[in-house]
Design a protein around this ligand. Structure first.
Ligand code: GLY
Ligand code: MN
Ligand code: MN
Length: 429
């Protein structure tokens, strides 16, 4: 599978490509942050060790795929765990050759000689940037007698990020697992939340369900925001004590074998929506369902956003948050006071996944295999004195992960309770 992806990349480039592993970063003193491989490196190799560089070359006489890696080291492996090393990289990862990373600088020119273009993301690793510049400088200095050297450096956006946007069966299996586990976690959170409990207790439940089901990481830091915290879009402190009568907004998804889920649910801490909470909730839900209905091949993220927005603004008028004609309120962007973000993003290995949103200046039409989120919300600031008092401090977002299929769509996160009745039932159990 990884070899096939590399072949597809090689088929689409004119020359060579380089992918660099994620750096190791220090948390504090001699403790490292949890390591996660760079998504591009993982996508093209499955190799999850740091300090590695993949070089793809159409111009080298023998090697198409070469990996530069950490060499075996008995003492380091005793402390940090096994390394594939040069031999293991070739044997287990289907590459044509492997070398110690320390040889990258010396060997890079032979993989770039003859390449007119190089696909490489400049600016991620100053060390590899320097090796690339040094290789190009050397090749250029050899003069007219030799082969071309890369005159163009191309960002991976137009190459393997395009491949990553459309998910294959192997990827969809993982995305389904991530979404199902995360849906279970949301259901468990509804059962655990109660007046007097702390946000971090619910956070612990989410992470517990993730881990117990084999998802070893969160796809992003969970947002567990009660009461006024639900109106803070990227709230992550998760330390407040929940009060009776409040809503709890949870935006949490796990990562299963490098694939993310991204789900938001909002529910009453005491298990029963108040009339005002319910009115706003239904406005968001109606918008979200209408937007999901727009997902099919040929539709676009712009179209989904337009539909979500129109139905949401209709809801804002219905409940009394806005006054006026829907068209005017949209044209004047009056809704931004309550809905200040977009409705969708691509989802995949990265929670905000790669893949361009516009192609040739127009919104990219959906094709089967792309996955996007649909996440409208209404957020009424606690100190918005112009908003009706019963709505102040209400923050509601509903977010699902939606796969485009040949005939329409599939909601990967459908198992997370979403209607008022289903949520109140899940809160009671
Ligand atoms: N959790 C990040 C997002 O919803 O985009
Ligand atoms: Mn999202
Ligand atoms: Mn989210």
């Amino acid at each position: 599978m990884f070899a096939d992806r590399r072949r597809r990349v090689l088929d689409s480039i004119r020359g060579a490509a380089i992918v660099v592993a994620a750096p190791v970063s220090i948390r504090n003193n001699d403790v490292e942050q949890e390591y996660r491989q760079d998504s591009d490196m993982q996508y093209l190799t499955g190799f999850d060790e740091p300090e590695s560089v993949l070089v793809l070359s159409k111009v080298h006489p023998e090697h198409r795929s070469v990996l530069f890696v950490r060499p075996r080291d008995r003492e380091r492996e005793q402390w940090d765990g096994a390394r594939a090393g040069v031999e293991g990289a070739v044997a287990a990862y289907g590459l044509d050759a492997a070398f110690p990373l320390s040889e990258l600088r010396k060997r890079l020119p032979e993989y770039l000689a003859g390449a007119e273009e190089l696909v490489y993301e400049l600016g991620k690793s100053s060390e590899v940037d320097a090796h690339v510049l040094s290789a190009i400088t050397q090749l250029r200095a050899r003069g007219r007698s030799v082969k071309p050297w890369p005159r163009t450096i191309i960002h991976p956006d137009s190459v393997w990020h395009e491949l990553r946007l459309v998910k294959d069966a192997h990827e969809l299996e993982r995305m389904r697992r991530a979404a199902t586990i995360s849906s279970d976690a949301h259901r468990a959170a509804m059962a655990v939340a109660a007046p007097g409990r702390f946000e971090y207790e619910v956070d612990a439940t989410l992470r517990d369900v993730f881990r117990r089901n084999g998802a070893l990481r969160e796809a992003y830091a969970p947002i567990v925001g009660s009461g006024p915290n639900a109106t803070v879009l990227h709230y992550r402190e998760n330390r407040r004590q929940m009060q009776d009568g409040e809503l709890l907004l949870i935006d949490a998804g796990c990562e299963f074998d490098y694939y993310a889920a991204d789900i938001t649910r909002t529910f009453p801490v005491n298990g029963t929506f108040s009339a005002a909470q319910r009115a706003v909730y239904e406005a968001v839900l109606t918008s979200q369902l209408a937007a999901i209905d727009e997902v099919r091949p040929g539709s676009t993220i712009e179209r989904v956003h337009e539909v979500a927005l129109r139905v949401l603004v209709e809801g804002m008028v219905r409940v009394g948050l806005l006054v006026g004609a829907v068209d005017d309120l949209i044209a004047k962007e009056s809704y931004k006071r309550f809905y200040m973000h977009r409705t969708s993003h691509w989802l995949g290995m990265d929670v905000h996944d790669v893949g361009s949103y516009f192609v040739g200046g127009v919104a990219r039409p959906f094709v089967p295999g792309v996955v996007l989120t649909i996440e409208p919300g209404i957020y009424v600031s606690p100190d918005d004195v112009e908003a009706p008092a019963e709505f102040r401090g209400i923050g509601i977002r509903i977010e699902d992960d939606v796969l485009v299929t040949a005939n329409g769509h599939e909601v990967l996160s459908a198992a997370a309770p979403k209607t008022v009745d289903d949520i109140e039932r899940a809160c009671r159990t």
